[in-house]
Write a protein that binds this ligand. Structure first.
Ligand SMILES: [Ca+2]
Ligand SMILES: [Ca+2]
Length: 286
């Protein structure tokens, strides 16, 4: 009985942390390797064709560290034999919990009659040990499992985080309840509510012990803008430039799209009433 109560308390605490957007979201079970959470295709030049420079953003279920010499061909594979990442595709990490594959020349993905991507992707069974690891425990990914759908539609570029600007609303010289972070996206997004909501439903602060504070709330104020009003006890560092993978306490803070987005809350419109989840990309809080 005691054990059950403990589990309940731990689970409740974990959900509370999620709602608050605390960095603790990245803590996952030790022996479970990182897995793919969702995958987005973005038609970067919006030319309604899959070509060089378009991107596939692979989001994981936790923060990851990757080997420096990671090669697309050694890590990922596409389900359809005629699909291809193209010549010399590149992998970059622009989010603590996602990798971006930039397609090369002669890239090819499968689409349906309405221009939705129907290709699927997975981690190769032969992925080198340690190529992608859980940031907390170092557990290496394993591959060869189920394929993941790639969400996206030709002609549409996925909006990404563009900037996050802190405002000392009461000019107190420090973080106090009521100060704000104005989050701007590169394109229009929707959070599906005119009301305020807990910022942890759409955003995460990846640096250790950073948090939006108790009573923080977020609200969409323009098609490409969400304003977060911080609560009491908020913690993040505005000075310095946030770097992916540098999460020690008091390191320069960044803000990213949450690993688990509540109720499909942060999406963009690809026409025909279809909404696709905004992919991760961390930005510095300035
Ligand atoms: Ca394109
Ligand atoms: Ca202040």
């Amino acid at each position: 009985m005691k054990r059950a109560l403990c589990l309940l308390l731990i689970t409740s605490a974990a959900f509370l942390m999620l709602e608050l957007g605390c960095g603790k979201e990245k803590v996952q079970p030790r022996n479970v390797p990182p897995s793919i959470e969702r995958v987005s295709f973005t038609d970067e030049n919006t030319n309604s064709a899959v070509d060089a420079g378009d991107k596939i953003i692979v989001a994981f279920d936790r923060h990851i560290i990757v080997a420096a010499n990671l090669l697309t061909s050694s890590v990922f594979e596409l389900s359809n034999p005629s699909d291809s990442f193209g010549t010399s595709p590149a992998i970059t990490q622009r989010s603590g919990h996602a990798l971006t594959i930039t397609l090369g020349t002669s890239a090819s993905l499968t689409v349906d009659g309405s221009n939705y991507i129907t290709s699927q992707i997975r981690i190769k069974a032969t992925v080198p040990f340690g190529a992608i690891k859980d940031m907390t425990w170092g557990t290496s990914v394993t591959g060869g499992g189920t394929y993941n759908s790639i969400e996206g539609r030709l002609g549409y570029k996925a909006p990404r985080l563009l900037s996050a600007v802190y405002t000392d609303v009461d000019s107190s010289g420090g973080l106090t309840q009521g100060d704000t972070i104005t989050v701007t996206f590169t394109g229009n997004v929707s959070v599906f509510t005119a009301a305020t909501y807990p910022p942890g439903q759409t955003f995460v602060l990846p640096v250790d012990w950073d948090g939006f504070g108790s009573g923080a709330y977020a609200q969409q104020t323009a098609p490409n803008t969400v304003v977060i009003t911080i609560g009491s006890g908020a913690k993040f560092a505005v000075s310095g430039l946030h770097q992916v993978g540098v999460y020690g306490i008091d390191k320069p803070s960044g803000i990213d799209i949450a690993i688990k987005i509540a109720n499909g809350r942060l999406t963009y419109d690809v026409g025909g009433g279809v909404k696709i989840t905004v992919p991760p990309a961390v930005v510095d809080i300035q």
